[in-house]
Design a binder for this molecule. Structure first.
Ligand code: WT7
Length: 645
């Protein structure tokens, strides 16, 4: 039996729940006064350390160009012990993962004891397949408990996982395999979503064809569908995992050991592999999960995200399990078999905390209240939203119709980079305003700035920066620290730039206005316009392309493509879509295509996206000065060709 290192402060219970605004202010004051002491308390209280840390932060945003900063550098732990072993005595028989499959009522329940055994078996199997501390494993799966088990098994070995969302194409998967140099892919035969099959194994085969680093492919069998098999490389999950021992001696790692790499889109170039590390990430996700949602022992907590995105990592797997919560995993989609699916599950499982994205809320609101009202939602207490700005109408529908006017709404602003929630109401404490993410978490210090980096005081609108490090933030970009620095710390030396615009009102409340860079957010999926453009220009008939976002009533943003044809060529929009699907994935759909004679460029050849954005938004009357363009006539042609739909 492993014994954990428990500092005296933990027994004193330094961190207590935040139940009102005064207490929130008190905790914030502590975090301002001594951030190291504050976060060390959090880390000690929430995690099971082999060696508890005595050091808080090392480094700063000013010195980040010299190398990643660190938190809890002398601490030693294993993340899976904090998520599993830590709970075995008090919560061994409590449900850890409550899963519902594609078909309603197809349910699995894994207690903490069972989950611990499955993770140990899988860790033993992965070790035999050759996976070692520090090596990378790609997880390309649907929403099955085995996806979480695979993540935790990697963590148990000190291996680094990189989960790739099951919607990504073979090209995108191959890029990620190559970038992180993975030797193993963990996948399944097919994924099930809304009655359809997602060919995960076939896509893996295609991606591995160009990936010499891959030695093994571990395949979980979800269905009876037959899949192609490469002898010597492919291994069935049930054949190697089921017979393994249900115990495994976890590999202790330093707090700053990488836990995972998660790829995310930026304004330029290929997606970046953001690196999150064991101690700081787990302390931060555990703390924010418990605090924001006002987590209680008997909660049935249900986050509808996919483990392929950061929300699934932080608030389906790591935060909730570190907290000993019952966490729900959902394989299907909100409209299968009908638009009442979420609320049917809330009723059948007695869900108390429910967390989803504005795009789902808007889509469901449009399908009518009766789908909600016919299911009992009396167990709900907290309703969360994440991924994009929520418009006040959708907020009110969530509050009034879903929550019957009695639940706390938490509009949680954060990013893959922040690791966990950074600006959000704390369910029982923070008075809300529909559409505002309200106030920062304790220990988070936002600032609004001009493009020159000057700080704006009081009520203002500007670029959202975070001025002081926090334990949950990404440490670097895998294999490219320079890119990490130039992406996030070049614009404002000494502060982290989020890429979002934001307004602060007279009460100090934050209202996120959306991305100010060339990242678009479609149905809560973050995509770079550069990725679309590179897919579109690969189509033979295309000479040039520029992609921008435009407001979309359900998806938040839609994808608007301006395309210049090669001489004497015709553009077929289907070919453009096919290219995006092949190079990015099934979730990368173009909403509108406009064939234009040319793109508006400056005399130095830079595309003026500001102009293209305005036209796509239907605000061509606000173009402002276009006199610096090489050929101002192009703008008239684009404007004339625009048709509002
Ligand atoms: C971007 C990060 C955080 C998990 C899911 C997305 C936007 C996120 C909110 C919110 C307004 C939001 C931002 C951010 N965003 N939450 N509550 N209100 N905007 O993670 O894929 O890294 O995207 O999502 O623009 O920068 P991500």
């Amino acid at each position: 039996m492993t014994t954990f290192d428990v500092p005296a402060r933990v027994r004193e219970g330094a961190i207590t729940p935040i139940s009102d605004l005064d207490r929130y202010r008190e905790v914030c004051a502590r975090a301002v006064h001594d951030p190291d002491a504050f976060w060390l308390d959090v880390a000690h209280q929430r995690l099971a350390w082999r060696k508890a840390p005595t050091v808080g932060l090392d480094g700063s945003f000013r010195t980040i160009k010299d190398g990643p900063l660190s938190w809890f550098s002398d601490g030693v732990l294993n993340v899976s012990e904090s998520c599993l072993d830590q709970h075995l005595d008090a919560r061994g028989d409590k449900v850890a993962i409550l899963w519902e499959g594609d078909e309603p009522g197809d349910v699995r329940r894994l207690t903490y004891r069972e989950l611990h055994a499955e993770v140990c078996k899988t860790a033993n199997a992965l070790a035999k397949l050759g996976l070692q501390k520090g090596e990378r494993a790609i997880i390309y799966m649907g929403m099955v408990p085995e996806a979480a088990i695979a993540m935790l098994a990697c963590a148990r070995l000190g291996a680094i996982h990189s989960v790739v969302f099951g919607g990504f194409s073979a090209d995108a998967l191959r890029d990620r395999i190559r970038d992180c140099g993975a030797e193993i892919v963990i996948t399944q035969d097919v994924g099930l979503r809304g009655g359809r099959h997602i060919p995960l194994k076939a896509t893996t085969d295609e991606a591995c064809a160009g990936s010499p680093s891959i030695q093994k492919v571990l395949v979980y069998k979800r269905t009876d569908v037959e899949v192609a098999w490469t002898e010597g490389r492919d291994v069935w999950w049930h054949e190697v995992v089921d017979g393994e021992s249900p115990t495994h001696e976890a590999v202790p790692v330093e707090a700053e050991h990488p836990l995972f790499v998660l790829y995310t889109s930026g304004s330029t170039g290929r997606p970046k592999g953001l690196v999150h590390t064991a101690g700081g990430y787990l302390a931060y996700t555990s703390y924010t999960h418990a605090t924001v949602f006002d987590l209680r022992e008997d909660d049935v907590y249900a986050c509808m995200a996919d483990v392929g995105w950061i929300t699934g990592h932080s608030y389906i797997v790591y935060g909730p399990l570190a907290n000993g919560a019952t966490t729900f995993m959902f394989e299907s989609v909100p409209t299968y078999p009908d638009a009442g699916r979420y609320w049917d599950m809330v009723a059948r499982h007695g869900v108390t905390i429910f967390y989803t994205a504005p795009t789902a809320i808007r889509a469901l609101a449009a399908l009518g209240d009766e789908h909600v009202k016919k299911h009992d939602r009396s167990t709900l207490r907290v309703l969360g939203t994440v991924g994009e700005p929520i418009n006040p109408e959708a907020w009110r529908w969530y509050y009034d119709v879903v929550g019957e006017g009695r639940c706390n709404i938490v509009d949680t602003w954060w990013q893959t980079e922040t690791g966990g929630v950074a600006i959000s109401p704390i369910a029982p404490a923070t008075p809300t305003k529909p559409g505002s993410a309200t106030l920062p978490m304790p220990g988070i210090f936002p600032s609004l700035r001009t493009p020159e980096g000057d700080v704006l005081r009081g009520p203002a609108e500007g670029l959202l920066c975070l001025d002081h490090p926090w334990p949950g933030q990404a440490r670097t970009v895998w294999g490219d620290h320079e890119r990490f620095v130039s992406t996030y710390f070049a614009m404002v030396p000494g502060a982290y730039f989020t890429g979002d615009g934001c307004r602060r009102d007279a009460d100090g409340y934050y209202w996120i206005t959306g991305r100010v860079d060339d990242v678009i957010n479609v149905s809560g999926h973050r995509m770079g316009t550069a990725e679309f453009e590179s897919a579109i220009v690969s189509v033979e008939e295309v000479a040039e392309a520029a992609v921008v976002g435009f407001p979309h009533p359900i998806k938040g943003q839609g994808v608007y493509a301006y395309v210049v044809a090669q001489p004497r060529s015709e553009i077929d929009p289907k070919a453009l879509d096919a290219a995006c699907r092949a190079q990015i994935g099934a979730h990368a759909k173009i909403d509108r295509v406009q064939v234009v004679p040319g793109l508006p460029k400056t005399r130095s050849g830079k595309v003026m996206r500001r102009i293209l954005r305005k036209i796509a938004e239907g605000r061509a009357d606000e173009l402002g000065d276009v006199s610096t363009l090489a050929d101002p006539g192009v703008v008239d042609a684009i404007r004339d060709g625009y048709r509002a739909e």
